[in-house]
Design a protein around this ligand. Structure first.
Ligand SMILES: [Zn+2]
Length: 295
């Protein structure tokens, strides 16, 4: 009975702390645990991170929608140059291998898109690094600003940008290829074009919104991981997966983990988000640092 009452009291206290965190605007709505002491000590602002992820994610998603339109235009122009439905089908079969694309302009367009996304992701990462600098200042510690990403940060951005950009292209190529493959060989080019255009326009923007959000979350994480490299002062480092109904099981498991060196943190957050995360754009995880306290 006493143990049961203690459990209830603990639950009530936890709920009280969570309500206080929400009321103080430290965590977004929907979070189902109170902040840990090390999270409070780190002075991290999860609400600001969540808002920034949404804002930048929407921005990146709009860029991805533009890339998809550009790719569609190249695709339709290529289809209109072919002389038969079977020739179109053969050409489309090679399309997903964009590196050796059957459309000469595609690799250049993909490269340009990657460069635009890399620049946007780098800006987001540097802003996130500045917010870690601000958290350090709130803890009473001065760390120099990060003027450019480290090699780790740059590589992480490069890998993630390539993944993000190829998504819309592959999805569009597949939708058009599948639609055209169902047509009889005798179909007129005009009709193939109309079907290709229609199948592309029917694609949802949802996957691009998710990709944009993933890229934003990743950029923020990359900047946060890079931020403490400007100082010799050693922080305590933690994985912080603010749990809500969307948090995936691997992220829930890593939540609260302390890393005793930078390498092991980078191993778990190689692209700014937890390496085994299955929720991708839904999870809220990020590394955080505590300099201020002796534990
Ligand atoms: Zn996750």
């Amino acid at each position: 009975m006493i143990a049961h009452e203690l459990d209830l009291a603990e639950e009530e206290f936890e709920l009280h702390c969570l309500e206080a965190d929400v009321a103080a605007n430290r965590v977004p709505e929907g979070v189902r645990r109170a902040m840990y002491p090390h999270e409070l000590d780190s002075r991290i602002n999860f609400v600001a991170i969540a808002n920034e992820t949404t804002r930048q994610g929407e921005r990146l998603a709009r860029t991805l929608v533009d890339f998809r339109s550009e790719f569609l235009a190249l695709l339709l122009a290529d289809i209109s140059r072919r002389s038969s439905a079977s020739e179109i089908a053969a050409s489309l079969q090679r399309l997903p291998l964009y590196g050796i694309s059957s459309i000469p302009q595609v690799p250049g367009a993909v490269e340009q898109a990657e460069s635009i996304v890399r620049t946007a992701m780098t800006d987001i990462a540097l802003t996130a690094a500045a917010s870690v600098q601000h958290e350090a200042a709130l803890q009473g510690v001065t760390i120099p600003a990060l003027s450019a990403l480290t090699v780790f940060g740059e590589q992480a951005v490069q890998v993630q940008a390539a993944r993000v950009v190829i998504g819309p292209h592959l999805e569009l190529a597949k939708a058009v290829t599948d639609a055209v493959a169902r047509l009889p060989q005798t179909t007129q080019i005009e009709e193939v074009l109309a079907i290709a255009r229609r199948s592309a326009l029917e694609l949802s923007v949802k996957p691009l919104e998710n990709l944009g959000r993933q890229a934003a979350a990743s950029s923020i994480g990359i900047g946060r991981v890079d931020a403490p490299t400007t100082t010799d002062l050693l922080p305590r480092r933690f994985a912080s997966e603010l749990l809500d109904s969307n948090t995936c099981t691997p992220c829930e498991r890593v939540d609260g983990t302390e890393y005793f060196d930078e390498l092991s943190l980078r191993h778990d957050y190689p692209r700014g988000i937890y390496v085994h995360c299955e929720g991708i754009w839904q999870c809220r995880g990020t590394p955080l640092y505590v300099w201020s306290r002796e534990f």
